[in-house]
Design a protein around this ligand. Sequence first.
Ligand code: ATP
Length: 325
Amino acid sequence: MKAIEVENLVKKYGDFEAVKGISFDVKQGEIFAFLGPNGAGKTTTVHVLTTLLKPTSGRAIVAGHDVVREPMEVRRKIGIVFQDPSVDRELTAYENMLIHGRIYGVENLKEKIERLLKFVELWEFKDRPVKFFSGGMQRRLEIARSLLHEPEILFLDEPTIGLDPQTRAHIWDYIRAMKEEHNMTIFLTTHYMDEAEQLADRIAIMDHGKIIAEGTAEELKKLVGNDIIYLKLQAREELRCLKADFIKGCKMLPDGRIRLDVDNAAEALPRLFELAKESGVKILEVTYHRPTLNDVFLHLTGREIRDEGGEANVARMIMKARMRR
Ligand code: ATP
């Protein structure tokens, strides 16, 4: 069953078309990532899907309801973690949860707050005002809060923007756990390639308001080409022994190395070692190259998705928050 269905969605700000007729589906229980550089139209799409913005044209069905005709039904079934912090900094973590739970009329609220604050490892800090929380703790609180009313679909707009690597890895663990334990559908936007690759079952690459490619990370990388294994053998003639159907192509390089084209280097390497052992071939050196999502973006657009440093992103977030006020 489909959790999200989008058809020819267009969103204009005045004359400027930020989203230019995109179509895609997200399956139930799937982690789906929108990957693209700043300004690609990711946040705008999330705002339309979460009913905060009306589309200019096109259709979006979220959790079985039309975002324009049935916004209240959509809102009841989704959770959102925005890019800009939205918790009340003067209140404690517990109070933030309590208010949100009451707004949504959550039953067994206290039990759920305890379970969720424990889930994001904030229970021991529950009575501390949020203004004393680190960026990572705030984001964890926002995730816990977004889960209080047990949404079917969770929207995460740049969930780890500006966070340190350790905190990012932590948040990835929570996201995986939500999918695995609750079969929750998760829609996330990111401009971090590793985030899309680590988390997403499927990825849509967005640029200038359009989806330019869609698929699993593996499928997208195939757009660039095969994985490549470079070998140095004790004797180049031994190469004739290395024949197998997982080797798609083979070339001697002028520097004495051998280049093998394979579908998947991670799967091919153990088989290659086995083959070499069986046929008595001595491998002196192995390196391999797998196309990255950055290679895919470069291949499709001629540009790189820039991975800005944390501080630049925080500065951008503050500017955006001010603009939206
Ligand atoms: P980011 O990661 O920076 O949020 P994004 O991919 O989410 O990037 P959007 O925030 O959706 O991109 O912005 C898409 C385009 O629409 C950008 O060119 C942006 O400047 C423009 N835009 C966004 N909000 C508005 C607005 N309220 N009015 C006018 N233009 C806007």
